[in-house]
Design a protein around this ligand. Structure first.
Ligand SMILES: NC(=O)C1=CN([C@@H]2O[C@H](COP(=O)(O)OP(=O)(O)OC[C@H]3O[C@@H](n4cnc5c(N)ncnc54)[C@H](OP(=O)(O)O)[C@@H]3O)[C@@H](O)[C@H]2O)C=CC1
Ligand SMILES: Nc1nc2c(c(=O)[nH]1)N=C([C@H](O)[C@@H](O)CO)CN2
Length: 242
């Protein structure tokens, strides 16, 4: 059955991989982006509905919501993927750093979940005998549980995002399942040097760069499940056992 899936931050890396995967599966993807890369052109050619939306701008989020409400009568899944891994020493003031992290990782998903919740419920009601409940998936981070010396605001905002998983799961049950995925070390960044890579890999008991498919497979599982809500799924190579 064709699903309509909203994914934030589809311009690169995990968000781009998710968008391409779901388009290839025949689903309808609504994607948001901040920077217009060639990847956005490619996703458009593959049939995605694409919206420029800087998640630090509540008015841009309102416009996105209004457009989706106007043009879609159902929504099966929201994947909150967009994120800014801002270190505490970026040069922004502490209050700007925290405000930015809380806006992108907490306020934006909060605004979107409330506004598009009715579309998720509407989709679930038409599905009751087939794929069942709709889904909200919050992509958090391993550091939501562990903390991070260099990304304190980022880690706190991802912890708050997981807390919203609990609240929205209660609020929207039984029509919408709400879960977190808490990854670590899925993809290195281009600028990561060998020393960084060795140190990062050594944090896990499965010391490897996991890759996009780990996230895609878990999202497939969560969408297909009839009985999982309000939980966090770690995809972290067993870091807690180190
Ligand atoms: N990669 C990893 O190993 C890990 C990833 N994660 C989480 O997984 C998810 C995907 O990770 P990854 O693909 O690496 O993330 P990236 O940082 O590479 O990409 C995130 C996306 O979010 C977008 N974005 C950033 N800021 C904003 C903003 N203000 N408004 C709108 N969009 C914005 C980016 O757009 P733009 O190109 O314009 O910056 C980009 O498309 C994230 O939630 C991340 O925190 C967690 C742990 C490990
Ligand atoms: N939005 C992002 N969040 C995170 C990223 C990233 O590139 N963008 N990267 C990481 C690291 O890969 C980390 O898991 C290992 O160094 C964490 N979060």
């Amino acid at each position: 059955m064709e699903r309509t899936i909203l994914i934030t931050g589809v311009g690169k890396r995990i968000g781009y991989a998710l968008a391409k995967y779901y388009l290839a599966q025949g689903h309808h993807v609504i994607g948001t982006y901040r920077t217009h890369y060639d990847s956005i052109e490619q996703l458009g050619k593959l049939g995605a509905s694409l919206h420029s939306c800087d998640l630090t701008d509540p008015a841009a989020i309102e416009a996105l919501i209004a457009h989706i409400n106007q043009h879609h009568d159902r929504l099966d899944t929201i994947i909150h993927n967009a994120s800014d891994w801002l270190p505490d020493n970026s040069g922004l003031s502490p209050s700007e750093t925290m405000a930015r992290m809380m806006q992108i990782h907490v306020a934006a998903p909060y605004q979107i979940n409330f506004a598009l919740g009715p579309l998720l419920v509407a989709a679930a009601k038409t599905n009751e005998d087939s794929i069942g409940a709709s889904n909200i998936i919050h992509i958090t981070d391993y550091v939501a549980e562990k903390g991070s010396k260099k990304h304190i605001a980022y880690a706190a905002s991802k912890a708050a995002l997981h807390n919203m998983t609990l609240s929205f799961a209660s609020l929207l049950a039984p029509h919408v399942k709400v879960n977190s995925i808490a990854p670590a070390m899925i993809l290195f960044n281009e600028h990561d040097d060998d020393a960084y890579k060795v140190k990062a890999l050594a944090k896990a008991i499965l010391p490897r760069e996991a890759g996009n498919n780990e996230i895609i497979s878990l999202i497939d599982y969560l969408q297909g499940s009839h009985y999982v809500t309000g939980r966090s799924y770690a995809v972290d190579g067993g870091r807690q056992l180190k």
